[in-house]
Design a protein around this ligand. Structure first.
Ligand SMILES: *[C@@H]1O[C@H](CO)[C@@H](O)[C@H](O)[C@H]1NC(C)=O
Ligand SMILES: *[C@@H]1O[C@H](CO)[C@@H](O)[C@H](O)[C@H]1NC(C)=O
Ligand SMILES: *[C@@H]1O[C@H](CO)[C@@H](O)[C@H](O)[C@H]1NC(C)=O
Ligand SMILES: *[C@@H]1O[C@H](CO)[C@@H](O)[C@H](O)[C@H]1NC(C)=O
Length: 487
């Protein structure tokens, strides 16, 4: 028989209490994680015309939409859903009106629907669309890492094929009266397989045309795939670091870029064979091997260097064209699928090519590109460090796109007293569309111009004075005496 022990009762009560709070907390967690975003269906897509451009090693989509306001009130917000796994690959999403001003439209991340695993975006029209009225606009989408080498492993001398999978329709909330998707493949590419529909499908050279299809339901996802030859290497830079240093006194812009490059194409089936490599030189252009990369530098570029982890790489070629300097880099070894190569290169250029003084604002404007030479590769992450002269203040960045992070800090070098101003810009998923000019405006007074030479001359003077002083000292064997003399 159990005695009625008060401690026992207390313990049981405590356990019950803990258990119930735990259950409540778990329930709360579930409620929070399950976000269903309820969106008003105020539009109907009358027509969607979509082009998926696969001519290059990344996918670019252009979507033309005619949307009709089916609400009783004027509406200015159009919502776009993206499956979660697709959203991670999006590097660019922009929208523009198709008529009149062809104005760029504001596109913002709106919310995440964790129930349906959908990331929502909101497009805002400059003027509300009246009931019954239609608005034609276009959406541009660039995604990275959407091509998968298939087979993933190939012989050293073989053609690379890739597979692309996506929705046959533009994924959308509103459905569509009519929709057509055209897939553009590389010219003359050998196509192994592709999805074909029984109705309304046509193939025209390097174009696959799906549609027109009518009465498309909202949120419909019909998978299609295409498996084709893509001989170009699939190049991704994991983390590009670009250092740009402004030296206002010396009129110099120093640029250094560090590239951890990865070839994400089909990997080698067997060990690399140099003999086979030499013998197949004539057909290298049809394989995915990367032998060189071309970098366009400013016309005033000088002191150009190119080094990797081992040291200087001599197999580079610099020449000057009317448009600027051209640096051709040959990696130390030919780069095959799955291989990495890390190097850095840099140069000095005339600052006057990039910096101007705006008399109206009393500020300096540094005009540089966020990334350069991005045509053949994508960047999973870019970190751009801009070091401004000591004494720069009121620093602001102006760019045609948003950054993931903007950090203001201080960079110290020799002879700096207060340290230089460093601006760091971070962005993930960067493609050649981001190869655009950005402006950094800042205040810089003539006194700060003198700060460094003043520090330098003060330092020289100190050394000079000290050397006079030391030369006047009479050194004797007893150190204590010297110290006494110094007093
Ligand atoms: C095929 O296209 C015709 C018009 O060109 C259209 O009437 C028909 O509905 C389409 N088929 C499907 C399945 O959408
Ligand atoms: C590397 O090249 C630069 C000039 O391009 C030269 O100044 C430097 O001494 C070289 N370093 C080595 C280790 O060869
Ligand atoms: C290349 O780099 C990636 C990380 O970016 C790493 O996972 C992979 O193992 C590297 N490959 C080789 C062959 O070193
Ligand atoms: C920057 O310079 C302009 C013009 O000289 C001046 O009007 C402004 O107040 C300055 N801003 C700061 C933060 O110093």
């Amino acid at each position: 028989m159990y005695k009625k022990n008060p401690f026992c009762i207390l313990a049981v009560l405590l356990v019950v209490c803990f258990a119930s709070t735990f259950v409540v907390a778990e329930q709360l967690k579930k409620d929070i994680s399950k976000t269903i975003v309820d969106l008003p269906i105020h539009f109907k897509n009358s027509k969607i015309v979509r082009t998926v451009d696969l001519r290059n090693t990344i996918a670019r989509e252009e979507i033309g939409i005619r949307a009709e306001n089916i609400h009783q009130q004027p509406v200015d917000e159009y919502y776009l859903p993206f499956p979660e796994t697709y959203d991670e690959k999006v590097a660019i999403i922009t929208a523009a009106l198709k008529q009149g001003s062809k104005e760029q439209l504001l596109v913002e991340k709106f919310g995440f629907d964790s129930e349906r695993h959908i990331q929502l975006y909101k497009i805002t029209f400059p003027q509300p669309i009246q009931p019954g009225e239609s608005v034609p606009f276009s959406i541009k989408l660039v995604t990275t890492h959407t091509l998968t080498p298939n087979p993933p492993v190939i012989p050293q001398v073989a053609r690379q094929h890739v597979e692309y999978n996506n929705n046959m329709f533009m994924y959308n909330l509103y459905g569509a009266d009519e929709s057509k998707t055209t897939v553009v493949l590389p010219q003359n590419a050998n196509v192994i397989t592709f999805t074909e529909t029984t109705e309304n499908f046509s193939r025209n050279g390097n174009k696959l045309v799906y549609g027109p299809f009518t009465a498309i339901h909202p949120l419909i996802y019909t998978a299609f795939h295409v498996h084709y030859e893509q001989s170009k290497p699939l190049l991704a830079v994991k983390n590009l670091v670009r250092d740009v240093q402004v030296s206002q006194l010396g009129g110099n812009l120093a640029v250094e870029e560090r590239y951890p490059l990865r070839h994400e194409g089909a990997r080698l089936e067997k060990e690399f064979s140099r003999v086979s490599y030499q013998q197949s030189i004539g057909v290298h252009a049809h394989t995915n091997v990367l032998k060189s990369l071309t970098f366009h530098l400013p016309s005033s570029a000088r002191d150009v260097y190119y080094r990797d982890d081992i040291g200087n790489v001599s197999t580079s070629n610099l020449h000057y064209e009317p448009s600027g300097a051209v640096l051709e880099i040959r990696p130390r070894y030919p780069l095959f699928g799955g291989w990495n190569y890390t190097w850095f290169h840099g140069y000095n250029a005339d600052l006057s090519e990039f910096l101007r003084y705006n008399k109206n604002s009393g500020q300096y404007v540094l005009n540089i590109k966020f990334v350069e030479n991005a045509k053949t590769m994508t960047f999973d992450h870019v970190k751009l460090n801009i070091v401004l002269p000591e004494g720069a203040s009121n620093v602001e960045v102006h760019a045609p796109f948003e950054f993931d992070g903007v950090t203001h800090s201080t960079h110290y070098t020799n002879l700096d007293t207060t340290g230089r101003y460093q601006l760091t810009l971070d962005k993930s998923n960067v493609v050649s569309e981001h190869e655009q000019f950005i402006q950094i405006t800042y205040n810089y007074s003539s006194i700060s111009h003198l700060q460094k030479p003043l520090v330098a001359s003060a330092a020289f003077f100190l050394v000079f004075a000290l050397s006079i002083f030391v030369s006047k000292l009479k050194f004797t064997i007893g150190t204590t005496k010297v110290i006494k003399k110094m007093e």
